[in-house]
Write a protein that binds this ligand. Structure first.
Ligand SMILES: [Zn+2]
Length: 449
């Protein structure tokens, strides 16, 4: 993982390797600024040469992939084609907490409801006083935009970023409907093929059109078979699981679905209805795009189809961070097999100081102040316990208690009753939890995913 480097006046310089950072620190030329993402500051340098860095984002509902790449362009002297190579410097995966926010608001809503219905009194009717401003998004979705943009500005402070790439739509109808390429091989290999695939996945809700199977490899199917003069146009294509595709073979759809007239009717209607562009654009991604524009950096946008096309062409496994690397125009990728910083949005604690039972009655009260003996819940600490059952060095997040006897949470376990005297602060709580993944964690490759 690259180390972020700041100059004497805290201006970003080019990130360096871990080895170089280690040497700089050993020689006393640098000091540590942050542990995650690891950042050092050079004590004797002001300014320096920088190269173009591109920040790439793949926003998803639960996790956003972030990649920082150094970009080089080579021009083929014969054809004049520009080849773009992305040298991966840093990978991150930002896990959102939309679900937690949704749950918290739901709980508050239920408490409030039950409180107000416990004793009813006359309340004057209210009329049209609940309008929402334009561009309003539910808090759980707004949070996704806020955390992502906050990480963009944060990384801008740590590295000289010159451009941003964002995956904005699922498929690009422009590429798909271009008459020149709609006749081209639709299945594998071409960019148009990947766009068509994403389009069909969206249109048929990621299920087999014939049997409704979900989470199975789906194949592109001709409604009117090629052998009977069917075209490669998206209006003649659907998705089928392998058994259904085999069974149908080159039968006309009317024969294949003779016993299921309602399925036949649905597929024919679905295939003909053009999917609007709006279906490819999700409101959150669009709002994120608008928010990123405020950074003033040039933004390149890509489609999900192109990301998948790049990923399978370059033979890169599917993870959120590596998907981000493949967003937009990429011809070559180097050094993608790198550790990933997993960033989890944890929030900064709750306003609510009353612990409640399930039915809303108070169970106990939390302390009014956040700091205890200089520590605060969620601070990252190193506890060196000299003796006793819990002797040893423990590094993790601290949960403070008024008594000064803290809990230290580490991945998979929690140590209770660690005295504040043994704790040393590593990094202040900033609303995120960090973990290092040694190498990209690959999910089981799913065709329909
Ligand atoms: Zn099927």
């Amino acid at each position: 993982m690259a180390v972020f480097v700041l100059d004497k006046h805290k201006q970003p310089l080019m990130p360096c390797t871990e080895k170089r950072a280690r040497l700089l620190l050993q020689r006393g030329r640098a000091v540590v600024v942050r542990l995650a993402p690891f950042t050092i500051r050079l004590k004797d340098r002001v300014g320096g040469e920088t190269q173009p860095l591109r920040l790439k984002l793949d926003p998803d509902s639960k996790t956003t992939g972030i990649a920082l790449v150094r970009e080089t362009e080579t021009v083929d002297p014969e054809t004049g084609e520009v080849e773009r190579t992305a040298h991966v410097l840093w990978l991150g995966e930002l896990e959102h907490r939309g679900q937690a926010i949704h749950k918290a608001l739901e709980t508050r809503r239920n408490f409030r409801r039950s409180r107000r219905y416990r004793k009813t009194r006359f309340r004057a009717p209210r009329f049209l006083n609940r309008t929402r401003s334009e561009g309003w998004l539910p808090p759980s979705l707004q949070h996704r935009i806020d955390t992502t943009t906050s990480w963009v500005t944060r990384l801008q402070r740590l590295a000289p970023i010159t451009a941003i790439s964002q995956e904005r739509v699922r498929f690009d109808t422009q590429i798909m409907q271009n008459p020149e390429i709609s006749g081209v091989e639709y299945q594998q290999g071409t960019l148009a093929g990947y766009e068509v695939r994403e389009y069909l996945l969206e249109k048929f809700h990621r299920t087999c059109a014939y049997c409704g199977a979900k989470d199975v490899p789906l194949e592109i199917e001709h409604i009117v078979p090629r052998s009977r003069g069917g075209s490669n146009r998206p209006s003649n294509l659907t998705l089928a699981c392998r058994p259904c595709n085999r069974k149908k073979a080159d039968k006309p759809i009317e024969v294949f679905l003779a016993r299921k007239p309602e399925v036949l009717k649905r597929i024919q209607a679905q295939a003909k209805a053009p999917l609007r562009d709006a279906a490819a654009v999700n409101a959150t991604r669009w709002a994120l795009f608008a928010a990123l524009k405020a950074t003033g950096l040039p933004i390149e946008t890509g489609s999900g189809g192109r990301t998948k096309y790049n990923r399978s062409r370059l033979d890169i496994p599917k993870t959120h961070a590596l998907d981000a690397v493949c967003v937009g125009q990429v011809d070559q990728v180097q050094n993608w097999n790198r550790p990933v910083l997993a960033i989890q949005a944890t929030g900064r604690g709750a306003y609510c100081r009353t612990r409640a039972f399930k039915n809303g009655f108070p169970r106990g009260y939390l302390i009014r102040h956040k700091r205890v003996r200089g520590f605060q819940t969620d601070d990252w600490v190193r506890a060196e316990v000299p003796k006793g059952k819990k002797a040893g060095i423990h590094v993790g997040r601290v949960a403070v208690r008024a008594t000064g006897s803290f809990n230290v949470q580490m991945p998979g376990k929690t140590l209770e009753g660690i005295s504040h005297r043994y704790c040393r602060l590593l990094q202040r709580a900033d609303g995120y939890g960090y973990a290092f993944q040694p190498k990209p964690q690959t999910e089981i490759a799913k065709w329909a995913a």
